[in-house]
Design a protein around this ligand. Structure first.
Ligand code: ADP
Ligand code: MG
Length: 363
């Protein structure tokens, strides 16, 4: 099994690559800036790198919001052939707080009430209708740098004017009060569909931002099952197998952000857990699962069971409560619109059979 880590060369990417050597036969690190996408008949080109990216079993792409397009395009080109823990459109959702929050909200995950308006005039009229304090945040901000606290309408108005000068878009968000004295948030690392680490970050100043880069300090904590479930659900909602979820525990918990390239040094220090190893292991387990599914999918005849059923591995897709099955299943089973179907189900299993009424009538 071969892994490739494509990143900006940060410390956490290196840590994960190093730990991955315990699981994969080979681990290659490539600089994101060395990737060149050639949309011609030659395909993807990587400077100073021999061989094809599609020959890897897993590729983990990390990077900042500056490289969203490159990360998304690279993943779009490869994710059907190689296991990649972050789905293509997740780069756009994860690096943009407005689109990310919208996706979470649409998938039933609690977020702080947020507003997005077309211009400063509308923003100012909105200020007359909402309660203070509020948070104003830049959709692409990181490390707490794009988050502002406004305790009154007048301070919010001046912030909006300043943002307007720079033609900077912003989200207006309900302020969630956390912590007894100082602001705090919860950072949860999800890898391979489960929580592999969590810490509480507490602001050590009057700052409302609990980010480590904004003077926050980490503390160990035990995550309650509800918050654990919420974190896993948030990662899944954005289509990512590896992520850090930021949660505010106000009157009820709300997710403020899903980070795609989380730093691990801080959380490893505060929890004393080797989270880089857990992430590497999740990459390996998922890559093995992906390979198995691919082999089974490409060789349907071999897996037909004694009753002639072809076994297929697919991910469930439920839209507004309705189970949707891919086109190839409709085609394979030969159902046409209007067919009478008999559905037999029990927990964890269902069988759908075409109900041949005419034949029964003749009998
Ligand atoms: N709606 C909010 N209410 C209270 N505090 C908030 C809110 N949004 C953000 N914060 C504080 O600011 C920090 C940074 O916010 P976040 O949205 O995660 O942006 P960043 O990408 O910069 O980390 C959070 O960890 C939290 O401490
Ligand atoms: Mg954050």
């Amino acid at each position: 099994m071969k892994l490739c880590v494509i990143s900006l060369g940060g410390e956490s990417s290196k840590l994960i690559a190093k730990e991955a050597e315990n699981f994969f036969d080979s681990v290659t690190e490539i600089g994101l800036k060395n990737i060149e996408l050639l949309l011609g008949d030659k395909g993807l080109v990587v400077k100073d790198h021999e061989g094809e990216l599609s020959d890897y079993d897993a590729i983990y792409v990390r990077g900042s919001h500056r490289y969203i397009l490159l990360q998304r395009a690279l993943t779009r080109a490869l994710y059907k052939k190689v296991y990649m823990p972050i789905r293509p459109n997740a780069f756009t959702l994860g690096h943009n707080k407005l689109l990310g929050s919208l996706e979470l909200q649409q998938k039933g995950i609690n977020i702080p009430t947020s507003y997005f308006v077309a211009n400063a005039k509308q923003a100012k009229s909105l200020l007359g209708e909402i309660n203070f304090p509020i948070i104003i945040k830049i959709p692409e901000g990181t490390q707490g740098k794009g988050v502002m606290f406004a305790d009154s309408e007048s301070s919010a108005r001046s912030m909006i004017d300043a943002l307007d000068v720079f033609k900077q878009s912003y989200i207006i968000q309900e302020y969630i009060e956390t912590g007894e004295v100082k602001s705090e948030d919860i950072r949860v690392i999800v890898a391979g569909g489960k929580v592999v680490g969590a810490m509480k970050r507490v602001s050590h100043s009057t700052d409302v931002r609990a980010n480590i880069h904004a003077d926050g300090k980490g503390e160990t904590m035990i995550l309650d099952p509800e918050t654990e479930k919420m974190s896993v659900k948030a990662a899944r909602a954005l289509g990512v197998d590896i992520a850090a979820i930021d949660i505010l525990q106000g009157r009820k918990a709300s997710v403020i952000e899903v980070n795609l390239s989380p730093g691990l040094k801080g959380i490893m220090k505060y929890t004393g857990k080797n989270i880089a190893r857990e992430v590497a292991k999740a990459l390996y387990d998922k890559a093995v699962e992906f390979k198995k599914k691919k082999e089974l999918g490409g060789n349907k005849k071999v897996v037909s069971d004694e009753n002639g059923f072809d076994e297929q591995y697919i991910e469930s897709h439920i839209d507004k409560g309705s189970l949707c099955l891919p086109k190839f299943i409709t085609k394979g089973v030969g159902f046409v619109n209007g067919d009478d179907l008999v559905v037999k189900l029990k927990k964890g299993e269902m069988r759908i059979t075409k109900h041949n009424i005419r034949k029964e009538e003749e009998d």
